[in-house]
Design a protein around this ligand. Structure first.
Ligand code: 6R9
Length: 587
């Protein structure tokens, strides 16, 4: 039985919500009117960076704070909309002078910093394509992604360059410029790099936005599949229409409200709702440059008077673990909306929010491919603890099954589990899997985009998450490909076969576990296990490497030689083994 709905007393909220009647909002909504809420480029066309910055400055918000950065020593530095517009203009001129062409890729490997904003917004504003990479990736995942994106420019720090990029630089022939964000006492520039601050200083402060069209690619995000290389998901400038609309209707962001998104910029949430969406709403963003720490987080919520907070289940579970007393040591009178994304948000976490903050967490669901929030518990609507919420206005979402003859059928029964399917036509829908037309086409069947997630849809239209339809792992909100980890372990001299699965973890949701079959004649030992672990951490980065490695005499595989991760998982968790007709005997 799901927990009872939490009824929202809209009359008592101090800000009138943008969406107060869900059905009426759905009826009234059109994507044309959503686009009309943006400025559009003076000569026609649409540009994400222009909507986030120029439009705000033109509306008189130039002197308003766009982003407040808080560092480890609790020092604050504020950037206004006008500051950001200037630094982005400089960056646009810099790209021009470096000879980076329209549509070419500029990658970042940065934490949450002012430079990240300059590079992401400056790149898309200049009509180049920005790819923001996860700073905790090791050299291998970085190499794959920089190669796939054919990045011409990379912006990173001295330290990340030295540890992760210098060792793979020779394998990146397209990468012509590495620009470093330098500490004051960084010393000599490493060979083949340049100083970003110096170049920006020497670039002009005026730069017109590129005349981009709606369908032109602006962002490249990498996401994981179960097989093959990571998928390069491209989002066009039109994505800003949906990111703006959802920042308004779901995050309910009002101009100059204080907003805190805790997502890392290396993943889609950190860009869509950590940079673009909130700026198009004229918000005042809080940017914590540090990593998670419960006391620090409560201090930010309280002292910075956060109004709207977008975070993730792993962080919420860690806060719950740190204890209610810590949360209650401060008060949060300004906090009016808390949201979550990225992994299943259990009902207990929603209720804990109500207990501690007096308001529930509002779950939201979406994917890199959807480019914007697609399912949400809306601010003014009842929250069903454990449910992901309802489809946003303007998008038709159902659960489907494969019926007779393989055709997709929409499931009407609220009990039956099916795959989440979205009807194409919303503006932030991904425009390609970079260089993989076939994979892109395979994501659409019978006029639906299939998300790869299993869910139920109840009579009121709320979606209840059930699981992934594939083997992809979500650990601490990071989407991890078992294939990428398997490939890395396979490159160790002692390894014959590898199978990687996600196992339940009370905090991270899932943890990565690798099962390794050794080559003939290689003996299992604790030392070898440690060597495998070190190998994985060095190449993949600690955030992606397996947490556990187990030896297996013979991994279960099909007669065609494919490792059966499904069976590994069933055996590990003591679940029914299911159909074994393709299993190779003796494995
Ligand atoms: C934004 C983002 C997408 C996958 C998605 C699903 C999982 C996202 C969720 C959720 C349960 C939620 N996911 N939101 N699972 N409840 N509210 O996370 O994008 O990194 O592409 O991951 O994350 O499995 O398919 P991405």
């Amino acid at each position: 039985m799901p927990a009872a709905a939490i009824h929202k007393l809209t009359g008592s909220q101090h800000v009138a919500p943008y969406l107060s009647d869900y059905d009426a909002a759905c009826r009234a909504f059109t994507w044309e009117s959503a686009r009309a809420q943006l400025a559009g480029l003076p000569g026609g066309g649409l540009n994400m960076g222009y909507e986030a910055l120029d439009r705000q400055v033109a509306a008189g918000r130039g002197a308003c704070v766009a982003a407040r950065f808080i560092d480890r020593q609790w020092r604050h530095s504020d950037l206004t909309y006008a500051d950001l517009l200037e630094s982005c203009s400089r960056f646009g001129n810099l790209l021009q002078s470096l000879g980076v062409a329209r549509g070419e890729c500029v990658a970042t490997l940065l934490g949450r910093s002012p430079e990240l904003f300059t590079v992401v917004l400056g790149t898309v504003r200049a009509g180049r394509v920005c790819s923001s990479l996860f700073f905790a990736f090791g050299p291998e995942p970085l190499k794959t992604r920089l190669q796939l994106g054919r990045a011409r420019v990379l912006v990173t720090s001295d330290e990340l360059y030295r540890r992760k990029v210098a060792p793979i630089r020779a394998a990146l022939p397209d990468l012509q410029h590495v620009l470093l964000v330098r500490e004051a006492n960084a010393g000599e520039l490493p060979a083949g790099t340049a100083d970003l601050a110096q170049l920006l200083g020497a670039s002009g402060a005026q730069c017109a936005p590129a005349p981009t069209r709606d369908a032109e690619v602006a962002l490249l995000h990498f996401t994981s599949g179960t097989t093959g290389k990571p998928k390069g998901v491209t989002l066009t400038h039109a994505a800003v229409i949906a990111q703006h609309a959802t920042a308004k209707l779901v995050l309910d962001l009002h101009p100059q409200e204080t907003y805190w998104c805790t997502a890392d910029p290396g993943w889609v949430t950190g860009i869509a709702y950590g940079v673009i969406g909130p700026l198009t709403r004229g918000a005042r963003m809080i940017i914590d440059r540090e990593e998670f720490e419960p006391q620090r987080w409560y201090r930010i919520l309280a002292e910075e008077r956060v109004n709207v907070w977008y975070t993730a289940p792993t962080a919420i579970r860690m806060l719950m673990k740190a204890g209610t007393a810590l949360a209650r040591a401060r008060s949060y009178p300004e906090l009016r909306l808390m949201l979550s994304v990225g992994e299943p948000l259990n009902a207990e976490a929603v209720l804990w929010g109500t207990e501690v903050f007096g308001i529930p967490f509002h779950d939201t669901w979406w994917q890199t491919e959807s480019g914007a929030i697609m399912i949400a518990n809306f601010y003014a609507c009842d929250v069903l603890p454990g449910a992901m919420g309802r489809a946003i206005p303007g998008v038709e979402i159902r659960v489907v099954r494969r019926g007779a003859g393989g055709r997709l059928e929409v499931i009407e029964s609220p009990e039956e589990v099916g795959e989440i399917a979205l009807r194409p036509g919303w503006p932030s829908m991904f425009s390609a899997y970079l260089g993989d037309e076939q994979r892109y086409r395979a994501a659409f069947i019978d006029g639906w985009y299939l998300a790869g997630d299993l869910a139920r849809r109840d009579r009121a239209g709320y979606f209840w998450f059930v699981g992934r339809a594939d083997d992809v792992i979500k650990s601490a909100g990071h989407l991890i490909s078992p294939f990428e980890i398997e490939s890395c372990l396979m490159s160790h001299a002692a390894v014959a076969q590898v199978g990687v699965i996600g196992v339940p973890d009370p905090i991270a949701g899932q943890a990565v576990k690798a099962f390794v079959e050794l080559k003939d004649g290689v003996a299992q030992s604790e030392e070898l296990r440690r060597s495998l672990m070190a190998h994985a951490r060095r190449l993949l980065g600690a955030a992606v490497a397996p947490r556990e490695i187990a030896f297996s005499a013979a991994l279960p595989r099909t007669r065609s030689g494919k490792i059966m991760r499904r069976l590994l998982r069933a055996r590990e968790l003591g679940l029914p083994e299911g159909d074994l007709s393709t299993l190779e005997a003796g494995t």
